[in-house]
Ligand binder design. Structure first.
Ligand code: DHB
Ligand code: FE
Length: 285
């Protein structure tokens, strides 16, 4: 039996990683964002899981746009940091956990989710920025092995929010049935409201984002009922990345304890949010 001990939801804006890599986190433009992360990072440093699952989307960096799986899972021993055109970020490659990956794959398939398999995968900012939000100074390695779950949020038709939530619930059952790990952390990434191109480029909707931050904690079913058109209208074309937070939330208990939450506008042209939940009943670290 393995247990999800925490869930971390965070934006993955590439400039957040660039600000860290270039030592700019104390600059006035960046310090409010990074100060907002501090309590979550301190708690996470005290609550290291044996293994983590990171739900993210590739941005046509590690995966060719000709073949876009709706849901996929990595089974590799290592995942290289992708070169997105400016060289690889100076952060460690990611150690995987093939045994855990194969367990999840089998269990999810038997539970009605036929995931595509990546035996090899370069991970882009969608993956490495959340790792940096969690662990700003990883040294030679990230805190634990990480299994990627990849969601299509970039090519129409994206999966529904309801299907993402149901995938998370199946993931929760699969994790609970795993004998090989003890504690698991799960990250749901992307968002918050943003639109990078077109007539509404720069669109940010703090009212929607705050509603989402409330509901992801207390009423995820309400978010699972949103259509992809709702997301795009209310959160911008790329704001639909938020469906990935529902995979994380589905894997957690109905009631969770919020450890920390932060919201900052803007990081580049994007609203950046973070929410950290403890999944263990009763008082903890
Ligand atoms: C940007 C890219 C992203 O993938 C994202 O989710 C938010 C912002 C950007 O290029 O600024
Ligand atoms: Fe993105």
């Amino acid at each position: 039996m393995s247990e999800v001990i925490w869930g971390l939801a965070t934006s993955h804006v590439p400039s957040i990683g660039a600000a860290m890599d270039r030592g700019m986190t104390a600059d006035p433009v960046w310090s409010p964002l990074f100060e907002g992360y501090a309590p979550a990072r301190e708690w996470l440093a005290r609550n290291k899981p044996d293994v983590a699952i990171l739900v993210y989307n590739d941005h046509a960096n590690g995966v060719d746009m000709d073949i876009v799986p709706t849901f996929a899972l990595g089974t590799a021993e290592r995942y290289r940091v992708a070169d997105e055109g400016f060289g690889r970020r100076p952060v460690p490659d990611v150690e995987g956990d093939p045994d855990f990956s194969f367990h999840l794959l089998r269990h999810l398939m038997d539970d009605g989710f036929d995931l595509t398999v990546f035996q090899e995968l370069d991970v882009d900012h969608g993956f490495t920025v959340p790792l940096s939000v969690w662990t700003p100074e990883p040294g030679g390695a990230w805190p634990c092995p990480v299994v990627p779950i990849v969601v299509n949020v970039i090519q129409y038709p994206q999966p529904t929010a309801a299907r993402c939530y149901a995938l998370g619930q199946a993931l929760g059952r699969a994790i609970a049935a795993y004998e090989g790990a003890g504690t698991v952390g799960i990250l749901g990434t992307g968002g918050m409201s943003h639109q990078l191109a077109g007539a509404r480029a720069g669109f940010i909707n703090p009212e929607f984002d705050h509603m989402f931050l409330d509901a992801i904690e207390e009423d995820p079913g309400k978010l699972a009922a949103l259509t992809r058109e709702d997301f795009i209208r209310e959160a911008g074309a790329e704001g639909i990345e938020l469906i990935m937070w529902l995979v994380m939330r589905g894997a957690m208990n109905e009631r969770v304890r919020r450890v920390h939450r932060a919201y900052h506008v803007p990081a580049s042209n994007t609203a950046a949010g973070l929410a950290l939940f403890d999944n263990r009943p009763g008082p903890s670290a």
